[in-house]
Design a protein around this ligand. Sequence first.
Ligand code: EPZ
Length: 430
Amino acid sequence: MLEVAHIHGGPVLRGVVRAAGAKNAALPILAAALLTEEVVTLRGVPDLSDVRFMAEILRHQGAEVAQPAPGTWVIRAAALTHRTPYDLVRKMRASVCLLGALVGRLRRAEMAIPGGCVIGPRPIDLHLRGLETLGCAVTSEGGLVRVDAAAAGGTDVDMGGPMGSTVLGTANLVMAATLTPGVTRILTAAREPEVVDLCALLTKMGARISGQGTSTIVVEGVARLRGCDHTIIPDRIEVGTYLVAGAITGGDVTVQGAEPAHLEAFLGKLREAGVSVETGPGFIRAHGRPTRPVDIVTAPHPGFPTDLQAQFMALQLLVPARSTFTEKVYPARFMHAAELQRMGADIAVEGAVASVHGGKPLSGAPVMASDLRASAALILAALAAQGETWVQRLYHLDRGYERFEERLRALGADVARRPAADLPKGFAED
Ligand code: EPZ
């Protein structure tokens, strides 16, 4: 049943919210559980549609997947098939990270090539080139890619592409290399905290990895991996989203269970915009509205995260000056701009650069979510807008935010999840 978010702007958000586990760590880590036939226990796994879907794919591959308690997943991949069908892969591009796990464990994989999505084409050419460099035979026909690692051996693999590093491409090569004989050096590796968390899990499973968090990760192949027990890191993108929720309402929000070191570029820009930011072991606090414009350029970690670009754009609508957002990761990731304009925002998008002329009054309106982070940005803008906003296609939000409207309400927001049938006449999608 389609649902919408119904927001009345105005309330000031105050209080404490606890960060959930990182979606973008959980997805490759769930795939990595296939690298052993022993039991892998994961804790702090976020309750998201993408995570539930990944569990469904693991079951399809032949793994037993149980959820003995909220946030705890127990996986045992005793017998596996190396084939992942199109109808599962096409629903979630991140399932591409199964490739590295299946190649690692079974030495072969056959997967439908995932499609694109609204934030831009989502190619996997770097993943496949990396596996070929590792010595795998890679063929693709009819929308399927086949990888055979019989002749694979440790070597130098440069994962760099036109936009720099690739997060899931790095995850795939690390997973494949853990069980590939020899030493593999992954160059231009992604430095994201989620890749570091994947390497932490693999190390607990007996993998020999060093350099994670730098752009050169070294993996020495071993014969087999064993089970382990691992807690997922907090979701830095969700943390950043709640900090913006506090600042955009001129409130005071503390996120518990957050890791400040994962968000240095973002917190630096919050401070540059004039928001007061306090950090300590396990918490980040943001209070006060932004007062200054900023120029943001997204980049692979440790640069400003593309996944917080839309949320920061919503925030800068409050500042009566020109802020710019340059997308160096997904040049077309501005679907939210047109929807924000419906609320009165003055945003000009030219190629990969969006210029925001803030300070215009925001008024509530019926708007349409287009992707995960854009839907969060629309809700954030609605918190600061005059009047009512209806955000449609809320399923985008549920992919990456656990009980978002419930936790915003706990901070004082006037937001409710309603069936799409409640939309005022004329607002509903045709
Ligand atoms: C991960 O996607 C995240 N998803 C994305 O988060 C995030 O936006 C992205 O990294 C960048 O940080 C997960 O971790 C599940 P990339 P990923 O490969 O790994 C190009 C969210 O909102 N590229 O680092 O797929 C690509 O087109 C999602 O949670 C190639 O050209 O991203 C992009 O321009 C959205 N060829 C750039 O590299 C390839 O083979 C970075 O993509 C692979 C990527």
